[in-house]
Write a protein that binds this ligand. Structure first.
Ligand code: DO4
Ligand code: MG
Length: 291
């Protein structure tokens, strides 16, 4: 079951009404706003969510649009977006190489019980499918980080999964660990989408592959792949730490870290196209612009 936020084609789109949608038969979107679910977060809070979505999918009275004609929006409204770091061995090694005096911090956090968790984005700043992600104009070394994102309801339950891109400026991060918020949080630094997959277990999600391809003038300039199963920590442990001494009245999205790191000679350029595929979810594609 795939939940999304979208602008409907034609007249409805002209009024800019944002709808909650259910993707059915891979090719259509049912408008759940018409079924009394204008807010995705409220729906995600519902008990027995999968059963409710199956019931809604059978309704023939709801507006239905071809998937290719709607504009998909980022699948977040009021949820804070957070990210976990150094959850893959590959990420730990890359961070230790990029920085001399921060190396032990990465080494320690990879082994520690408490994970690295950082605030990534306000929901209204998240970029959706087909939109541009940003590279900072004051950074020289910019990379995408393709990550599985956990969608968590206000009670701290993982109710779905989407694709995340934790855009990062590695030279700023590598210069001094205290610059991490500037390396990670700036305009267009977080992309999410194309939708939320509901109903998969952690075990299923751990079998998914995460692939990334970066194209420049139609040439592939970087491609890489990892498996969600390489994440060192359980999803439950990450969420438990995120919700410690903190509540999220609208739920939260948690990126789970990157396991694919381009070589040190690689940096993104404006107009590059980043395509991230997660086998159990779909594809998130964004162009790159200077911010
Ligand atoms: O500590 C730096 C950030 C780590 C991160 O974003 C990742 O591992 O994905
Ligand atoms: Mg990351």
């Amino acid at each position: 079951m795939k939940l999304c936020r979208f602008l409907a084609p034609g007249l409805v789109r002209a009024t800019n009404t944002i709808c909650t949608g259910l993707v059915v038969e891979e090719s259509s979107v049912l408008d759940l706003t018409a079924a009394g679910w204008p807010i995705l977060g409220t729906l995600l809070d519902r008990d027995a969510l999968s059963a409710e979505l199956e019931r809604l999918a059978r309704r023939s009275d709801l507006p239905r649009y071809p998937l290719e004609e709607v504009k998909l929006l980022p699948p977040v409204e009021r949820q804070e977006v957070w990210a976990a770091g150094v959850t893959y061995l590959r990420s730990k090694k890359a961070r230790m190489e990029e920085s001399d005096f921060s190396a032990t911090a990465y080494d320690r956090v990879y082994e520690a019980e408490r994970p690295e968790l950082f605030f990534k984005s306000l929901p209204e700043k998240v970029v959706g499918p087909g939109e541009a992600v940003g590279i900072r104009r004051d950074a020289k070394w910019n990379v995408p980080e393709p990550e599985l994102a956990l969608v968590i309801n206000s009670r701290g339950n993982i109710v779905g999964y989407t694709i995340g891109n934790d855009m990062s400026s590695r030279d700023i991060e590598g210069e001094n660990l205290l610059y991490l918020p500037q390396a990670k949080i700036y305009s267009r630094s977080c992309a999410l989408g194309p939708w939320i997959v509901v109903g998969a277990t952690e075990e299923e999600a751990r079998s998914w592959k995460i692939g990334i391809q970066i194209r420049r003038a139609d040439q592939v300039v970087f491609a890489g792949e990892t498996s969600v199963g390489q994440i060192k920590r359980t999803f439950q442990a990450l969420v438990e730490f995120l919700f410690r001494s903190q509540h999220f009245p609208h739920g939260a999205v948690l990126l789970t870290g990157t396991g694919v790191v381009p070589p040190e000679t690689f940096t993104l350029q404006p107009e590059d196209v980043i395509r991230i595929d997660v086998s159990g979810i779909g594809t998130l594609e964004n162009t790159v612009e200077l911010v």
